[in-house]
Design a protein around this ligand. Structure first.
Ligand code: ZN
Ligand code: ZN
Ligand code: ZN
Length: 327
């Protein structure tokens, strides 16, 4: 496998076959009792029976042991897929979905996300750490046992790069964080708001790409998900995420979830630290949830324009009406 850069859009594409023979799906390799299949990268709690366990991916897209060394091929750029690819097992219970977990269990998962992001950012070769979750067969989940995935890459993924540049440009013009401005307007108008808990809110973004797209964000400015502000209560975020997933479960069983946080600013390239010098003020972490309610419209694949038949104002109203219940 190798990474190739599109010289026009500047996005990196992993090209090639995955290399390892697949791990047997039966018995479930993520269940307790199967620990010998993989080494343990991280567990919570630190003592006693694990409740959240992070392991290297059985067939990783990115590998720690390879070298990133970029090579030119005429006008093109390529590199080996240096990085990390991990599976975060969210629970010991095979059939328990994230939406069915109590707040404290969801909080433990969010804590594990933060731990892994912080730890992987200590490797200065990695420019970005992505935490995501594909839930359900339509989302392309690899195992039905609740899990998230973590990748660390030597490049910043394209969508994040767009967000970073746009946030920096907005800040240069207005000296304000665009995400703070968005959430203040959403709170004031209320029509796309889904739910709030403590200092966190869930809303359908103005230009939702798919029906029932929901973002979770904190009211208080912070660019790094992994470093909570003093006094921030991650339990509130966990409660809001649980309720949001239960609401979404009534309209779409499957979804993608991704945490968007700031890139790794600790690496040594001086030009980049200058490039991102207002990052802490201009970027704002958030969680994006993209439910899958219909096959993606053909117009997307051909023209790369999203077509979403459900206005986010209607989506938010419907989601507000759904009783998220209790676990
Ligand atoms: Zn299992
Ligand atoms: Zn902000
Ligand atoms: Zn985002």
């Amino acid at each position: 496998m190798e990474l190739r850069k599109d010289p026009i859009t500047r996005s990196w594409v992993v090209v090639g076959h995955r290399e390892r023979p697949p791990v047997a799906a039966e018995p479930c390799p993520l269940c307790p009792g199967q620990e010998s299949l993989s080494k343990t990268v991280f567990v919570l709690p630190e003592t006693g029976e694990w409740q959240v366990r992070v392991i290297p991916h059985f067939d990783p897209l990115y590998r720690i042991e390879s070298e990133a060394a970029r090579q030119a091929e005429g006008i093109y750029d390529r590199m080996l897929p240096l990085g990390a690819h991990e599976i975060l097992i969210e629970t010991r219970e095979h059939h328990l979905r994230t939406s069915q977990m109590p707040d404290e269990a969801i909080e433990r998962i969010l804590d594990a996300y933060a731990h892994r992001i912080r730890d992987l950012k200590l490797d200065l070769r990695f420019k970005y750490v992505t935490v995501f979750k594909n839930c359900g067969p339509l989302a392309g989940e690899e195992w039905s046992h609740s899990h998230s995935q973590i990748t660390a890459t030597t490049f910043v993924p394209r969508r994040i790069l767009y967000e970073l540049r746009a946030a920096r440009d907005y800040f240069q013009q207005k000296e304000r964080c665009v995400f703070c401005d968005i959430l203040r307007q959403e709170e004031r108008q209320g029509k796309r708001l889904v739910d709030t808990e403590g200092e966190y809110l869930a809303f359908c973004p103005y230009a939702s790409r798919v029906p029932y797209e929901v973002w979770l964000i904190g009211r208080k400015h912070n660019h790094q998900f992994e470093t909570p502000r003093p006094g921030a209560r991650r339990r509130d975020l966990a409660a809001l995420l649980g309720r949001t997933l239960r609401r979404l479960g009534q309209v779409a069983a499957d979804y993608h979830l991704v945490v968007h946080t700031a890139p790794n600013t600790q690496h040594t390239k001086a030009e980049l630290s200058d490039y991102w010098k207002t990052l802490a003020e201009d970027y704002h972490w958030h969680i994006e949830i993209l439910p899958i309610v219909e096959q993606r419209s053909k117009s997307y694949s051909i023209k790369e324009v999203y077509f979403n038949a459900l206005p986010p104002e209607q989506a938010a109203e419907r989601l507000r009406q759904i009783d998220p219940g209790a676990v």
